[in-house]
Design a protein around this ligand. Structure first.
Ligand SMILES: [Zn+2]
Length: 299
């Protein structure tokens, strides 16, 4: 072999070695079935200055054509989050879970399971309020207490990512997240899974949204049985459609603020007289617990 040939061979070996993924990623890949959806790339997100992601404020070219980000809000919940985790693991793909503080308080062990499976964890407030109606001290309690409880239960660093409940923000919240270097998340494609009670419309809505936009951050909720049931089919359809899953990770973990207590609990059930009728309002955790009990009874 010529000297130049030897050098180029050495260089290609060196390049190949440098290009190898870290050992833990290789081990995970080895357990993945051939043709699994996987993760096409990881975007390391710099949250300095509280940037927006998703419509209407986020950079529309944050994702390349065909790229999707899977997100799940409102959990963790015992049955549904675990079912979602199992479906994602089967396809060796990753998502972001925006967790609710009062849900974590009831099911802290699931935070660890989500983190250990390699998914990204952000937060979605403590009580799931309309953030636009809150004062600055209330915003502080909703945000900081939730980051605190999630980080306490996660063996991995929690991302400084916040998904707005009802996608509702205000000047106060925006200024707050900017000052705290916390990414502000909206969505691109809404599964509208909270409006329905079966998997088919969830799947249809996501695929129709993707056909229209060609890429995007997809919103689902890991507190609904029909959503958890839909995930395997959604992943198959993403694969068949040539879509690529992108995982978002934080460049730097969230910086916790010490000693911020959770907001005062909402009444579990309150009766409100409205147009002569009584309506029941449940706290987020209570509503989810009822759904969980109902779905468990069905099994
Ligand atoms: Zn929500």
């Amino acid at each position: 072999m010529h000297v130049i040939g030897k050098i180029s061979l050495c260089l290609s070996i060196a390049t190949a070695v440098l290009a190898l993924p870290p050992p833990e990623a290789r081990a995970e890949d080895a357990s993945c079935p051939a043709g699994a959806l996987g993760v096409s790339r990881i975007i390391e997100v710099d949250t300095t200055g509280g940037p927006w992601f998703g419509e209407p404020h986020g950079d529309p070219n944050f994702l390349a054509p065909g790229e999707v980000v899977l997100t799940f809000d409102d959990g963790p919940s015992p049955n549904d989050t675990r079912e979602v985790l199992a479906a994602l693991a089967k396809e060796c793909t990753k998502a972001t879970f925006f967790m609710v503080g009062e849900m974590v308080a009831v099911h802290p062990e699931i935070v660890k399971e989500v983190a250990e499976a390699g998914h990204t964890i952000g937060i979605h407030s403590w009580t799931h309020p309309n953030m636009a109606r809150l004062t600055l001290p209330e915003v502080t309690h909703e945000v900081e207490a939730t980051f605190d409880i999630v980080q306490k239960n996660s063996p991995e660093p929690v991302a400084p990512f916040f998904r707005y409940p009802y996608l509702s923000s205000s000047k106060i919240t925006e200024d707050y997240f900017k000052s705290r270097n916390i990414g502000q998340f909206a969505i691109d494609i809404d599964s509208s899974d909270w409006r329905v009670r079966s998997s088919a419309p969830v799947i249809a809505r996501i695929m129709a949204g993707l056909k229209k936009r060609g890429r995007g951050i997809i919103l689902m909720h890991d507190i609904h049985k029909w959503t958890a049931d839909a995930v395997p089919t959604i992943l198959q359809k993403l694969k068949a459609g040539g879509y690529k899953v992108v995982q978002l990770k934080a460049k730097t973990p969230v910086q916790l603020v010490a000693d911020v207590a959770p907001p005062p609990p909402k009444p579990v059930v309150r009766q409100v007289a409205r147009k002569g009728k009584h309506r029941r309002y449940y706290s987020h955790a209570r509503k989810s617990a009822l759904l969980y009990r109902r779905s468990s009874n069905l099994q």
